[in-house]
Write a protein that binds this ligand. Structure first.
Ligand SMILES: [Zn+2]
Length: 227
């Protein structure tokens, strides 16, 4: 390639590469500390918060690159389900955080074809359990853009146990904490969308942990196809 042409291409693509990731943050159904939002304070991200019940009221696949789910809602109506599905089918990124794995427990598509895990509520057995204020020793088990720059660490956070976890997920982080199942972060399952699940993130202790913040940012960038 001619050097002039190469330079022209670089100049043309630079502004595109510099665009921050248009990030939809979905909340609702679970209270949380406002420190949660510090994870999005990064010039590479352009976040916008949309809580239930207005979240997914329309198809947002043209407006956003990545959806971060930090909601906990038992169900959504069919129109909203269709809009979340359309977002995944459009090949967008979805980062599922902490209690968002408890959402949509009666919607098998969400747990079995997207997230790759489910918090088990009655009548399903065994029931999943949670434990607050654990010292969680986290081990990085896979080199991946989501774990880039993260070494093994300890975080004060909540754990879940007796979850259903698909054997098809690609586990990134584990813990040997006895109140947890082992895998606490993984790559989910959708054939077109990039899906990350990160179990960490209960309260301010976790939200302000630099490893949590880095994992959330890495996950968003990877889900957007940026790293
Ligand atoms: Zn929690």
């Amino acid at each position: 390639m001619l050097p002039q042409l190469r330079l022209a291409l670089v100049l043309m693509s630079a502004p595109l590469l510099a665009q921050p990731v248009k990030t939809l943050v979905v909340t609702g159904g679970h209270d949380h500390h406002p420190a949660f939002y510090t994870a999005f304070d990064d010039p590479r991200l352009a976040p916008n918060v949309d809580p239930h019940p207005v979240a997914f009221r329309k198809d947002v696949s043209k407006r956003y690159d990545v959806a971060v789910l930090y909601d906990m809602v038992p169900e959504m109506d069919d129109a909203r389900r269709a809009n979340l599905k359309a977002f995944a089918d459009a090949g967008k990124g979805i980062v599922v955080l902490h209690h968002a794995i408890c959402s949509h427990s009666q919607w098998p598509w969400y747990s079995e074809e997207l997230v790759g895990g489910r918090y088990r509520f009655a009548p399903e057995t065994p029931l999943s359990t949670y434990k607050h204020d654990e010292q969680v020793k986290v081990s990085v088990v896979k080199k991946h853009p989501v774990t880039e720059g993260v070494d093994d660490f300890i975080i004060h956070d909540e754990t879940y146990k007796n979850m259903w976890i698909s054997p098809k997920v690609q586990v990134l982080l584990r813990t040997d904490n006895p109140t947890a199942d082992g895998p606490i972060a993984w790559i989910g399952l959708h054939p077109k969308a990039r899906i990350v699940y990160l179990q960490l993130g209960h309260d301010e202790n976790a939200h302000r942990n630099p490893n949590f913040q880095r994992l959330v940012r890495n996950a968003i960038l990877w889900a957007a196809g940026r790293n």
